[in-house]
Write a protein that binds this ligand. Structure first.
Ligand SMILES: Cc1ncc(COP(=O)(O)O)c(C=O)c1O
Length: 415
């Protein structure tokens, strides 16, 4: 069924009927059933197989070019990483014996933490079972009631959740607005803990945080700095070590360096790297570390091998950024608004909700795995398709994607 504009207008809108406030679950924030009925629901898609060159086989849709994933360096298929994973399985088995604190710490966990600390040039590191947990647990453990946390409005949900969970006073400033950040910092004259938290790469925009500007403010107002490097490790800097390398800034610019093992690093888990005092504190106080099972041996071994591969094969980083630059430039030349980003995340900003949904559907029907992103995830009137380019995508496939997006955009009167 071809989705019409009026049908689409009704999708995603909050169900209007009175909510029964006694019922669990409560109403969803968007109209899932309407979206499904209108054939624009493209979530929880079942991937049947992962193919070379950034392609996947999707149930009911066949082979698609993946522009919706984050395996930035194409390491999911790397033989060294496969080998390390198999060896860990043989040596340590499939599960763990509980939380890291009690019985779940393998030599592998400590070795990975040392590896990350070295890669991120810090004294020490702590790993968690996900990046989400790393953010929530770290922020809520380092801050307490009456402390102040300054948070960019575009920060990832896990940062926001960590701030809320901490019960610190949360001051959210508009996306990248350092004037506003300074205004907020200036207001706080009490002797309290102050933490500024930002994403190194804004995941909806593909832009890079102004680390020099943010650091200067942290120094001026005596605030600690935490940076989420989920989209910058393996991507920014010639060696892929992240945002400090990108800006050629000292290796101790960031006090708390958070990252994930689920994007450029082809595994699952999250980490926080920093000085020994902070990490030791987290290993004894962070509830997401103390009260959660240890990451599995296979996840840890895959991550460790991946860091080694990144160090051995830096040309992957250059090729990734070249491909992303090529894709962005081609779209720009065709007249698309691709924002101000410089990273492999390339937003294709359409503006209107309906046109964006129609274009996303057109791309999906034509073999491109890409999502539409709407408010409130992005600001009102800036609905977009969001592509994330990886090392695995071929230039031919990227050309095909540009042509398909262009044809779809003409069809729906966008271009
Ligand atoms: C900026 C950012 N931070 C944190 C996370 C959470 O990481 P993980 O997927 O390891 O839970 C993500 C992943 O979606 C992310 O994009």
């Amino acid at each position: 069924m071809e989705a019409s504009r009026t049908m689409l207008d009704r999708a995603y809108i909050n169900p209007s009927k009175e909510e029964d406030r006694t019922k669990i679950p409560p109403n969803t924030f968007w109209n899932i059933e309407e979206a499904k009925k209108n054939n624009i629901y493209f979530y929880l898609k079942e991937i049947k197989a992962v193919k070379p060159h950034g392609r996947v086989i999707v149930e009911g849709l066949g082979e698609m070019i993946m522009l919706g994933g984050y395996s930035y360096l194409g390491l999911k298929e790397h033989p060294k990483i496969h080998e390390a994973t198999k060896q860990a399985l043989d040596e340590y088995g499939a599960g763990t014996d509980g939380s890291r604190f009690l019985a779940g710490t393998f030599s592998l966990h400590n070795a990975l933490e040392k590896t990350i600390a070295r890669f991120k040039s810090t004294e020490d590191c702590i790993t968690f079972t996900s990046g989400y947990l790393a953010n929530v647990s770290t922020i809520s453990t380092l801050l307490r009631r009456n402390d102040i946390v300054f948070c960019d409005k575009m920060n990832h949900a896990s940062i926001i959740d960590g701030c809320l969970f901490s019960r610190a006073h949360l001051m959210r400033y508009p996306y990248g607005d350092l004037e506003m950040l300074e205004k907020y910092l200036k207001k706080i004259t009490a002797r309290v803990r102050k933490l500024v938290v930002v994403d190194a790469v804004y995941s909806m925009e593909g832009t890079i945080a102004d680390l020099p500007g943010i650091k200067a403010l942290c120094q001026k107002y005596d605030a600690y700095l935490m940076v989420d490097e989920a989209h910058s490790v393996g991507v920014l800097g010639e060696r892929g070590t992240g945002i400090e390398e990108y800006f050629n800034m000292p290796k101790d610019t960031i006090d708390i360096k958070m990252g994930t093992l689920s994007k450029a690093i082809p595994s699952t888990g999250g980490y926080v790297a920093g000085n020994s005092e902070i990490i030791n504190f987290l290993k004894h106080e962070a509830r997401g570390f103390l009260y959660s099972g240890a990451p599995s041996s296979t996840a840890i071994a895959a991550a460790m091998a991946a860091f080694q591969v990144i160090e051995e094969e830096p040309s992957r980083i250059q090729e990734l950024n070249q491909k992303a630059g090529y894709f962005r430039t081609r779209l720009k030349e065709e007249g698309f608004n691709v924002g101000e980003g410089q990273t492999p995340i390339v937003p294709i900003i359409i503006g209107e909700f309906t046109a964006t949904s129609l274009l996303a559907k057109y791309c999906q029907d034509n073999g491109i795995f890409i999502h539409a992103i709407h408010p409130p995830v992005v600001t009102e009137g800036s609905s977009r398709l969001r592509a994330s380019i990886t090392y695995s995508n071929t230039v031919e496939d990227l050309d095909y994607c540009v042509e398909t997006i262009k044809t779809g955009a003409r069809k729906f009167g966008i271009l």
